[in-house]
Write a protein that binds this ligand. Structure first.
Ligand SMILES: [Ca+2]
Ligand SMILES: [Ca+2]
Length: 139
C-alpha cells in the first residue's frame, strides 16, 4: 500500500499531452518535406503525392499534417488560411483544438484572428486536393 503514492507520482510525471504529439507531426512534416513553391496557380497535392514527391508548399504541408493527425490519432484538425498583413499573400497552416501549427516552419505561431481569411475542415481541404488532382489529370 505504501507504494501507491510513488506510483501516482510516476504516473503524474508522464505527460500525455496530445499537443506534444501534434507538434511532433508538425516538425516531422517540416523536416521531411522540402519547400518548393507552386509555379503559377496554387496546386493542392494529395498527401500521397506530397510524400512521393518529397516536396510541396504551405497548403501541401498543412494537408499532409492534417492527414497524419487524422490517420494516427483519429483527430480532425482544420486548415486555416491566413493573409500576411497588408498583402495578398496567403499562407495555409493547421489548427487543432485551438492551437496553431505551421508545418512549413515546424513552429506553433501566434495567430491574429484578423489575419484569418478562411477555415476549412480536413474533409473540405482533402476534397479540394482530390478535386485539384483529378483536375490536373484531365488537363
Ligand atoms: Ca501554393
Ligand atoms: Ca502546392
Amino acid at each position: 500500500m505504501k507504494r501507491w503514492p510513488i506510483l501516482l507520482l510516476i504516473l503524474a510525471g508522464c505527460t500525455l499531452d496530445p499537443q506534444d504529439d501534434y507538434q511532433w507531426v508538425n516538425e516531422w512534416v517540416h523536416d521531411t518535406i522540402e519547400t518548393v513553391a507552386d509555379d503559377e496557380r496554387n496546386e493542392f497535392q494529395s498527401p500521397n503525392q506530397t510524400m512521393a514527391r518529397g516536396a510541396g508548399d504551405c497548403e501541401d504541408f498543412a494537408l499532409l499534417m492534417l492527414w497524419r493527425v487524422w490517420d494516427v490519432y483519429g483527430v480532425r484538425g482544420e486548415m486555416v488560411i491566413l493573409s500576411k498583413a497588408g498583402t495578398e499573400i496567403l499562407h495555409a497552416i493547421v489548427r487543432i483544438d485551438g492551437i496553431y501549427y505551421d508545418p512549413t516552419t515546424g513552429r506553433q505561431p501566434d495567430v491574429d484572428p484578423d489575419d484569418i481569411v478562411d477555415v476549412w475542415t480536413y474533409g473540405q481541404a482533402r476534397w479540394y486536393a482530390v478535386w485539384m488532382v483529378e483536375d490536373v489529370k484531365h488537363d
